[in-house]
Design a protein around this ligand. Structure first.
Ligand SMILES: C[S@@+](CC[C@H](N)C(=O)[O-])C[C@H]1O[C@@H](n2cnc3c(N)ncnc32)[C@H](O)[C@@H]1O
Length: 274
């Protein structure tokens, strides 16, 4: 569930050129873009139409929408990552999305807590109304669901895709980036684990260590009506950085270094359509 952010009052940018000019201004902030900017960029990659390989989105709470999925697929095609890291496997929906839409050489690594059902057993009794208004209860509910169901969407993976997937079961806040050989090695990070401020700050710091100077970080639950700490974190980060978002999604996208340059350049030639 999304809430109206003050920044959405300005019309979203419509073309790659306008977006590049906005970055050239050097001003930090949150910039809303139409999803078609991502789709135009994927069209610029190849004359052949771009396919999208996804499952229907899960109906329950805790995953991503079809629009968010298509934006993540487009971004994956644009960035052409060799390594993707995800905070928050949950049922494996976004994990499968990354595997099925990246190159056969791309490794995908995803962290979640594993079986913490006993620790969060109280969450079995929360009402729908409580889950919609209490971010802590909502997070515990998601922890319980992933403990009980596991990564359901990863069951049908081909052997080739399974071989390039690593699932880590631990609290992301104690993840050793260097020890796992991830420092400065990751091209695309999806931050969608715990939504409390401490975890977001920690996961985002680890994401930055993983990409080094050059890469893309996507946060989920920006502008969420439930997980207000994500919005507070992104609002704070946008005081120094330019962060992109797409109306009607809860995605916030940070582009850094050469990955930013490549992203901005793509689809930017020729005249913008009026
Ligand atoms: C919103 S769900 C992820 C959804 C998934 N990315 C998708 O789109 O299909 C959040 C997940 O983060 C996990 N999580 C919460 N706190 C965590 C922590 N401290 N370390 C690792 N995983 C955590 C939860 O167990 C839950 O499965």
């Amino acid at each position: 569930m999304q809430q109206q952010h003050p920044g959405t009052q300005s019309a979203p940018l419509e073309t790659p050129r306008l977006l590049a000019e906005r970055f050239e201004s050097g001003q930090p902030g949150i910039v809303y873009i139409k999803p078609k900017i991502l789709f135009l960029k994927t069209e610029a990659l190849s004359v052949a139409p771009s396919s999208m390989n996804i499952y229907l989105p899960p109906s329950g709470i805790g995953s991503i929408t079809l629009l968010e999925a298509s934006a993540l697929v487009a971004l994956t095609k644009i960035i052409e990552p060799k390594v993707i890291f995800e905070f928050g496997t949950f049922l494996g929906y976004s994990t499968a999305l990354f595997l099925k839409n990246s190159s056969p050489e791309c490794r995908v690594i995803s962290v979640d807590l594993g079986d913490v059902a006993e620790e969060v057993s109280g969450a079995a009794h929360y009402s729908e109304a409580e889950l919609r208004k209490d971010d802590r209860k909502n997070d515990d509910h998601l922890r319980l669901v992933q403990s009980k169901q596991g990564p359901y969407y990863l069951k049908g993976l081909t052997e080739i895709d399974q071989a390039r997937l690593t699932l880590i079961h631990q609290d992301s806040r104690s993840l050793n980036v260097k020890g796992n050989g991830l420092e400065d090695q990751v091209d695309l990070v999806f931050v969608d684990g715990g939504h409390d401020l401490e975890t977001i700050v920690s996961d985002s710091g680890l994401a930055k260590a993983m990409i080094g100077e050059d890469g893309v970080i996507v946060w989920h639950d920006f502008n969420s009506q439930i997980h207000g700490d994500v919005t507070r974190y992104i609002d704070g980060a946008s005081k120094q950085d330019l962060i992109l978002s797409i109306p009607n999604t809860m995605l916030a996208i940070g582009l850094y270094g050469k990955a930013r340059a490549r992203f901005l350049e793509l689809g930017c030639t020729g005249q913008d359509a009026a």
